[in-house]
Design a protein around this ligand. Sequence first.
Ligand code: NAD
Length: 358
Amino acid sequence: MVYKITLIPGDGIGPEVSNAARRCVDATGVKIDWEIAEAGADVIDKYGTPLPDSTLASIRKNKVALKGPLTTPIGTGFRSVNVAIRKELDLYACLRPTRSYKGVRSRYENIDLVIVRENTEDLYAGIEFEEGKPETKELIGAIERLAKKKIRADSGISIKPISIKGSKRIVKFAFDYAVKHGRKKVTAISKANIMKFTDGLFFKAAQEVAKEYPGVEYEERLIDNMCMQLVQKPELYDVLCLPNLYGDILSDLCAGLIGGLGIAPGANHGDEIAVFEAIHGSAPKYAGQNKVNPVAMILSAVLMLDHLGEKAAAQRLDKAVAKVIAAGKSVTYDLKPDRNDPTAVSTSQMADAIIAAL
Ligand code: NAD
Protein backbone atom coordinates (compact mmCIF):
# COMPACT_ATOMS: atom_id res chain seq x y z
CA MET A 1 0.00 0.00 0.00
CA VAL A 2 1.13 3.54 -0.79
CA TYR A 3 0.17 6.29 1.67
CA LYS A 4 -0.37 9.80 0.34
CA ILE A 5 0.89 12.23 2.98
CA THR A 6 1.14 16.01 3.02
CA LEU A 7 4.65 17.28 3.77
CA ILE A 8 4.99 20.91 4.91
CA PRO A 9 8.76 21.56 5.05
CA GLY A 10 8.34 24.73 7.18
CA ASP A 11 10.86 27.58 7.41
CA GLY A 12 14.01 28.34 9.41
CA ILE A 13 15.48 24.93 10.27
CA GLY A 14 12.22 23.33 9.06
CA PRO A 15 13.32 22.19 5.60
CA GLU A 16 16.51 20.60 6.99
CA VAL A 17 14.82 18.56 9.72
CA SER A 18 11.81 17.71 7.52
CA ASN A 19 14.06 16.36 4.81
CA ALA A 20 15.95 14.26 7.37
CA ALA A 21 12.66 12.82 8.68
CA ARG A 22 11.36 12.14 5.20
CA ARG A 23 14.52 10.24 4.25
CA CYS A 24 14.33 8.15 7.44
CA VAL A 25 10.67 7.26 6.84
CA ASP A 26 11.38 6.31 3.23
CA ALA A 27 14.28 4.14 4.40
CA THR A 28 11.94 2.04 6.57
CA GLY A 29 10.43 0.73 3.34
CA VAL A 30 6.94 2.09 4.07
CA LYS A 31 5.74 3.46 0.74
CA ILE A 32 4.77 7.11 0.92
CA ASP A 33 3.78 9.47 -1.85
CA TRP A 34 4.70 12.83 -0.29
CA GLU A 35 2.58 15.80 -1.39
CA ILE A 36 4.61 18.94 -0.71
CA ALA A 37 2.55 21.89 0.59
CA GLU A 38 3.73 25.41 1.42
CA ALA A 39 3.02 27.67 4.39
CA GLY A 40 4.62 30.49 6.36
CA ALA A 41 5.96 34.02 5.92
CA ASP A 42 7.95 33.10 2.80
CA VAL A 43 4.82 32.32 0.76
CA ILE A 44 2.79 35.45 1.60
CA ASP A 45 3.92 37.23 -1.58
CA LYS A 46 2.93 34.23 -3.69
CA TYR A 47 -0.46 33.42 -2.12
CA GLY A 48 -1.38 36.60 -0.19
CA THR A 49 -1.58 34.51 3.00
CA PRO A 50 0.85 32.46 5.11
CA LEU A 51 -1.61 29.55 5.06
CA PRO A 52 -2.79 28.90 1.48
CA ASP A 53 -6.14 27.12 0.96
CA SER A 54 -4.33 24.56 -1.18
CA THR A 55 -2.24 23.52 1.85
CA LEU A 56 -5.29 23.04 4.04
CA ALA A 57 -7.04 21.20 1.19
CA SER A 58 -4.08 18.84 0.85
CA ILE A 59 -4.15 17.96 4.57
CA ARG A 60 -7.95 17.55 4.51
CA LYS A 61 -7.68 15.21 1.54
CA ASN A 62 -4.73 13.11 2.77
CA LYS A 63 -5.80 13.15 6.46
CA VAL A 64 -2.15 12.87 7.56
CA ALA A 65 0.62 15.48 7.38
CA LEU A 66 4.21 15.79 8.53
CA LYS A 67 5.04 19.41 9.25
CA GLY A 68 8.26 21.32 9.84
CA PRO A 69 8.26 24.32 12.21
CA LEU A 70 7.01 27.70 11.00
CA THR A 71 8.12 31.11 12.30
CA THR A 72 5.57 33.41 13.97
CA PRO A 73 6.55 37.09 14.13
CA ILE A 74 6.29 38.34 17.74
CA GLY A 75 3.93 41.22 18.61
CA THR A 76 3.04 42.22 15.07
CA GLY A 77 2.24 40.63 11.72
CA PHE A 78 0.09 37.53 11.21
CA ARG A 79 -1.07 35.14 13.89
CA SER A 80 0.67 31.80 14.28
CA VAL A 81 0.17 29.57 11.23
CA ASN A 82 0.78 26.60 13.52
CA VAL A 83 -2.17 27.60 15.68
CA ALA A 84 -4.25 28.39 12.57
CA ILE A 85 -3.68 24.90 11.10
CA ARG A 86 -4.80 23.30 14.38
CA LYS A 87 -7.90 25.50 14.55
CA GLU A 88 -8.89 25.24 10.86
CA LEU A 89 -8.71 21.44 10.95
CA ASP A 90 -10.06 21.13 14.51
CA LEU A 91 -6.95 19.24 15.62
CA TYR A 92 -8.02 19.44 19.22
CA ALA A 93 -5.54 17.03 20.79
CA CYS A 94 -1.86 17.77 20.99
CA LEU A 95 0.05 14.64 21.89
CA ARG A 96 3.58 14.93 23.23
CA PRO A 97 5.24 11.75 24.46
CA THR A 98 8.37 12.56 26.49
CA ARG A 99 10.78 9.69 26.93
CA SER A 100 14.43 9.55 28.05
CA TYR A 101 16.95 8.27 25.50
CA LYS A 102 20.15 6.74 26.82
CA GLY A 103 23.09 8.91 25.87
CA VAL A 104 21.28 12.26 26.09
CA ARG A 105 22.68 14.41 28.88
CA SER A 106 19.93 15.24 31.32
CA ARG A 107 19.46 15.61 35.05
CA TYR A 108 16.88 12.82 34.90
CA GLU A 109 16.73 9.19 33.77
CA ASN A 110 13.86 6.92 32.77
CA ILE A 111 11.38 9.70 32.12
CA ASP A 112 8.29 8.34 30.41
CA LEU A 113 5.47 10.89 30.36
CA VAL A 114 2.78 11.66 27.82
CA ILE A 115 1.32 15.13 27.57
CA VAL A 116 -2.15 15.51 26.10
CA ARG A 117 -2.78 19.20 25.57
CA GLU A 118 -6.08 20.77 24.45
CA ASN A 119 -5.38 22.64 21.26
CA THR A 120 -8.36 24.82 20.34
CA GLU A 121 -9.61 26.76 23.37
CA ASP A 122 -8.30 28.68 26.36
CA LEU A 123 -6.19 31.84 26.04
CA TYR A 124 -5.00 30.49 22.66
CA ALA A 125 -8.47 31.02 21.15
CA GLY A 126 -7.03 34.25 19.74
CA ILE A 127 -9.78 36.49 21.17
CA GLU A 128 -7.87 39.60 22.19
CA PHE A 129 -8.74 43.24 22.72
CA GLU A 130 -5.98 45.80 22.25
CA GLU A 131 -5.37 48.48 24.85
CA GLY A 132 -7.05 51.81 24.01
CA LYS A 133 -9.33 50.53 21.20
CA PRO A 134 -13.05 51.58 21.35
CA GLU A 135 -14.20 47.93 21.50
CA THR A 136 -11.82 47.33 24.43
CA LYS A 137 -13.33 50.28 26.29
CA GLU A 138 -16.81 48.92 25.56
CA LEU A 139 -15.80 45.47 26.82
CA ILE A 140 -14.27 46.92 30.00
CA GLY A 141 -17.53 48.82 30.60
CA ALA A 142 -19.61 45.66 30.06
CA ILE A 143 -17.41 43.59 32.37
CA GLU A 144 -17.58 46.25 35.09
CA ARG A 145 -21.38 46.28 34.77
CA LEU A 146 -21.83 42.51 34.68
CA ALA A 147 -19.06 41.30 37.00
CA LYS A 148 -18.98 44.32 39.29
CA LYS A 149 -15.17 44.28 39.04
CA LYS A 150 -12.90 47.19 38.13
CA ILE A 151 -10.47 46.85 35.21
CA ARG A 152 -7.80 49.52 34.59
CA ALA A 153 -8.73 51.65 31.56
CA ASP A 154 -5.31 51.12 29.98
CA SER A 155 -5.63 47.31 29.96
CA GLY A 156 -5.40 44.91 27.05
CA ILE A 157 -7.65 41.88 27.41
CA SER A 158 -7.31 38.24 26.31
CA ILE A 159 -10.33 35.98 26.61
CA LYS A 160 -10.12 32.44 28.03
CA PRO A 161 -13.02 30.26 26.83
CA ILE A 162 -13.10 26.67 28.10
CA SER A 163 -16.13 24.56 27.17
CA ILE A 164 -17.63 21.31 28.43
CA LYS A 165 -17.42 19.83 24.91
CA GLY A 166 -13.80 20.87 24.43
CA SER A 167 -12.80 19.60 27.87
CA LYS A 168 -14.62 16.28 27.60
CA ARG A 169 -13.20 15.39 24.22
CA ILE A 170 -9.59 16.12 25.23
CA VAL A 171 -9.91 14.10 28.44
CA LYS A 172 -11.55 11.30 26.47
CA PHE A 173 -8.60 11.41 24.05
CA ALA A 174 -6.21 11.10 27.01
CA PHE A 175 -8.06 8.09 28.45
CA ASP A 176 -8.39 6.41 25.04
CA TYR A 177 -4.65 6.90 24.54
CA ALA A 178 -3.99 5.43 28.00
CA VAL A 179 -6.11 2.36 27.25
CA LYS A 180 -4.60 1.84 23.78
CA HIS A 181 -1.02 2.20 25.00
CA GLY A 182 -1.33 0.31 28.29
CA ARG A 183 -0.94 3.39 30.48
CA LYS A 184 -2.10 3.24 34.09
CA LYS A 185 -3.03 6.78 35.09
CA VAL A 186 -4.37 10.08 33.73
CA THR A 187 -3.68 13.27 35.69
CA ALA A 188 -5.87 16.26 34.84
CA ILE A 189 -4.15 19.58 35.53
CA SER A 190 -5.48 23.13 35.86
CA LYS A 191 -5.74 26.03 38.29
CA ALA A 192 -9.30 25.37 39.38
CA ASN A 193 -8.90 26.97 42.79
CA ILE A 194 -8.54 30.40 41.14
CA MET A 195 -10.40 30.12 37.81
CA LYS A 196 -13.48 28.22 38.92
CA PHE A 197 -15.63 28.74 35.82
CA THR A 198 -12.99 27.71 33.27
CA ASP A 199 -10.38 25.51 34.97
CA GLY A 200 -12.99 24.31 37.46
CA LEU A 201 -15.23 23.33 34.54
CA PHE A 202 -12.27 21.43 33.02
CA PHE A 203 -11.93 19.31 36.17
CA LYS A 204 -15.67 18.71 36.38
CA ALA A 205 -15.79 17.52 32.77
CA ALA A 206 -12.69 15.36 33.37
CA GLN A 207 -14.29 13.70 36.43
CA GLU A 208 -17.32 12.73 34.35
CA VAL A 209 -15.22 11.25 31.55
CA ALA A 210 -12.99 9.41 34.06
CA LYS A 211 -16.03 7.47 35.32
CA GLU A 212 -16.23 5.77 31.90
CA TYR A 213 -12.70 4.35 32.33
CA PRO A 214 -12.66 2.37 35.59
CA GLY A 215 -9.48 0.55 34.49
CA VAL A 216 -7.39 3.74 34.40
CA GLU A 217 -6.56 5.69 37.54
CA TYR A 218 -7.63 9.35 37.55
CA GLU A 219 -6.24 12.18 39.66
CA GLU A 220 -6.09 16.00 39.63
CA ARG A 221 -3.27 18.44 40.26
CA LEU A 222 -2.97 22.23 40.28
CA ILE A 223 -0.56 23.48 37.60
CA ASP A 224 1.83 25.27 39.98
CA ASN A 225 2.13 22.23 42.23
CA MET A 226 2.48 20.01 39.14
CA CYS A 227 5.52 21.97 37.95
CA MET A 228 7.24 21.30 41.27
CA GLN A 229 6.16 17.65 41.38
CA LEU A 230 7.49 17.00 37.88
CA VAL A 231 10.86 18.44 38.80
CA GLN A 232 10.99 16.52 42.10
CA LYS A 233 9.35 13.16 41.32
CA PRO A 234 8.40 12.75 37.67
CA GLU A 235 8.26 8.96 38.11
CA LEU A 236 4.88 9.35 39.87
CA TYR A 237 3.19 10.52 36.66
CA ASP A 238 2.04 8.90 33.44
CA VAL A 239 -0.44 10.63 31.07
CA LEU A 240 -0.93 14.34 31.80
CA CYS A 241 -4.03 16.07 30.39
CA LEU A 242 -4.16 19.87 30.32
CA PRO A 243 -5.92 22.89 28.84
CA ASN A 244 -4.02 24.68 26.08
CA LEU A 245 -1.75 27.21 27.82
CA TYR A 246 -0.68 24.99 30.72
CA GLY A 247 -0.08 22.18 28.23
CA ASP A 248 2.18 24.38 26.15
CA ILE A 249 4.28 25.38 29.14
CA LEU A 250 4.47 21.91 30.66
CA SER A 251 5.52 20.46 27.28
CA ASP A 252 8.69 22.53 27.38
CA LEU A 253 9.27 21.61 31.03
CA CYS A 254 8.98 17.92 30.14
CA ALA A 255 11.24 18.40 27.09
CA GLY A 256 13.75 19.82 29.59
CA LEU A 257 13.46 16.67 31.72
CA ILE A 258 14.61 14.51 28.81
CA GLY A 259 17.43 16.76 27.67
CA GLY A 260 15.92 19.43 25.47
CA LEU A 261 13.76 20.33 22.51
CA GLY A 262 16.03 18.58 20.02
CA ILE A 263 14.54 15.18 20.83
CA ALA A 264 10.91 16.00 21.75
CA PRO A 265 8.28 14.91 19.19
CA GLY A 266 4.62 15.82 18.85
CA ALA A 267 1.36 15.25 17.03
CA ASN A 268 -1.90 17.14 16.60
CA HIS A 269 -4.98 14.95 16.31
CA GLY A 270 -8.56 15.65 15.28
CA ASP A 271 -11.25 13.02 14.88
CA GLU A 272 -10.00 12.13 11.39
CA ILE A 273 -6.94 14.24 10.62
CA ALA A 274 -3.51 14.18 12.24
CA VAL A 275 -0.54 16.53 11.74
CA PHE A 276 2.82 15.42 13.11
CA GLU A 277 5.44 17.99 14.14
CA ALA A 278 8.28 18.49 16.61
CA ILE A 279 7.68 20.62 19.70
CA HIS A 280 10.55 22.91 18.80
CA GLY A 281 10.24 25.96 16.57
CA SER A 282 12.09 27.18 13.52
CA ALA A 283 15.26 28.25 15.46
CA PRO A 284 16.00 30.97 12.85
CA LYS A 285 19.55 31.55 14.03
CA TYR A 286 20.50 28.03 12.87
CA ALA A 287 18.58 28.13 9.57
CA GLY A 288 20.45 26.86 6.53
CA GLN A 289 23.45 25.59 8.53
CA ASN A 290 22.58 21.87 8.36
CA LYS A 291 23.50 21.82 12.03
CA VAL A 292 20.50 21.21 14.29
CA ASN A 293 19.24 17.94 15.69
CA PRO A 294 16.77 16.14 13.39
CA VAL A 295 15.64 13.67 16.08
CA ALA A 296 12.52 15.54 17.30
CA MET A 297 11.22 15.61 13.73
CA ILE A 298 12.23 11.99 13.08
CA LEU A 299 10.47 10.87 16.27
CA SER A 300 7.39 12.84 15.16
CA ALA A 301 7.55 10.73 12.00
CA VAL A 302 7.74 7.62 14.23
CA LEU A 303 4.44 8.74 15.81
CA MET A 304 3.08 9.18 12.28
CA LEU A 305 4.09 5.63 11.27
CA ASP A 306 2.45 4.31 14.43
CA HIS A 307 -0.71 6.28 13.59
CA LEU A 308 -0.73 4.78 10.09
CA GLY A 309 -0.66 1.33 11.67
CA GLU A 310 2.93 0.71 10.53
CA LYS A 311 3.95 -0.37 14.03
CA ALA A 312 6.95 -2.50 13.01
CA ALA A 313 8.46 0.33 10.93
CA ALA A 314 7.78 2.80 13.75
CA GLN A 315 9.58 0.57 16.25
CA ARG A 316 12.54 -0.02 13.93
CA LEU A 317 12.99 3.70 13.33
CA ASP A 318 12.65 4.47 17.06
CA LYS A 319 15.27 1.82 17.87
CA ALA A 320 17.62 3.16 15.19
CA VAL A 321 17.35 6.65 16.69
CA ALA A 322 18.01 5.27 20.19
CA LYS A 323 21.03 3.30 18.92
CA VAL A 324 22.65 6.30 17.22
CA ILE A 325 22.06 8.55 20.25
CA ALA A 326 23.39 5.90 22.67
CA ALA A 327 26.54 5.41 20.56
CA GLY A 328 27.09 9.19 20.79
CA LYS A 329 29.31 9.30 17.69
CA SER A 330 27.19 10.44 14.74
CA VAL A 331 25.17 13.00 16.66
CA THR A 332 24.64 16.75 16.30
CA TYR A 333 26.40 19.33 18.48
CA ASP A 334 23.61 19.52 21.07
CA LEU A 335 24.02 15.82 21.95
CA LYS A 336 27.79 16.05 22.42
CA PRO A 337 29.19 16.64 25.94
CA ASP A 338 30.70 19.89 24.67
CA ARG A 339 28.60 21.95 22.24
CA ASN A 340 31.79 22.98 20.38
CA ASP A 341 32.91 19.37 19.92
CA PRO A 342 34.46 19.22 16.43
CA THR A 343 33.28 15.61 15.97
CA ALA A 344 29.60 16.70 15.95
CA VAL A 345 27.94 15.72 12.68
CA SER A 346 25.46 17.67 10.56
CA THR A 347 21.67 17.26 10.45
CA SER A 348 21.86 15.21 7.27
CA GLN A 349 24.78 13.09 8.51
CA MET A 350 22.87 12.18 11.65
CA ALA A 351 19.94 11.14 9.46
CA ASP A 352 22.38 9.02 7.39
CA ALA A 353 23.59 7.30 10.59
CA ILE A 354 19.99 6.59 11.68
CA ILE A 355 19.19 5.16 8.25
CA ALA A 356 22.31 2.96 8.44
CA ALA A 357 21.18 1.72 11.87
CA LEU A 358 17.72 0.69 10.65
P1 NAD B 1 12.82 27.29 18.93
O1 NAD B 1 12.35 25.97 19.39
O2 NAD B 1 12.75 27.56 17.49
O3 NAD B 1 14.34 27.48 19.37
C1 NAD B 1 14.78 27.71 20.69
C2 NAD B 1 16.18 27.12 20.84
O4 NAD B 1 16.05 25.72 21.01
C3 NAD B 1 17.06 27.29 19.61
O5 NAD B 1 17.73 28.50 19.59
C4 NAD B 1 18.00 26.13 19.78
O6 NAD B 1 19.02 26.45 20.69
C5 NAD B 1 17.12 25.05 20.40
N1 NAD B 1 16.59 24.14 19.38
C6 NAD B 1 15.34 24.15 18.83
N2 NAD B 1 15.23 23.14 17.96
C7 NAD B 1 16.41 22.50 17.96
C8 NAD B 1 16.91 21.38 17.25
N3 NAD B 1 16.16 20.70 16.36
N4 NAD B 1 18.18 21.00 17.47
C9 NAD B 1 18.96 21.65 18.36
N5 NAD B 1 18.55 22.70 19.05
C10 NAD B 1 17.29 23.13 18.86
O7 NAD B 1 11.99 28.36 19.78
P2 NAD B 1 11.89 29.95 19.59
O8 NAD B 1 13.23 30.53 19.33
O9 NAD B 1 11.08 30.39 20.74
O10 NAD B 1 10.98 30.13 18.29
C11 NAD B 1 11.48 30.41 16.99
C12 NAD B 1 10.30 30.50 16.05
O11 NAD B 1 9.64 29.24 15.93
C13 NAD B 1 9.23 31.50 16.53
O12 NAD B 1 8.79 32.24 15.41
C14 NAD B 1 8.13 30.62 17.06
O13 NAD B 1 6.86 31.22 16.96
C15 NAD B 1 8.23 29.41 16.14
N6 NAD B 1 7.67 28.18 16.70
C16 NAD B 1 7.04 27.35 15.85
C17 NAD B 1 6.55 26.14 16.31
C18 NAD B 1 5.85 25.23 15.34
O14 NAD B 1 6.04 25.36 14.15
N7 NAD B 1 5.04 24.31 15.80
C19 NAD B 1 6.73 25.77 17.64
C20 NAD B 1 7.42 26.63 18.49
C21 NAD B 1 7.89 27.83 18.02
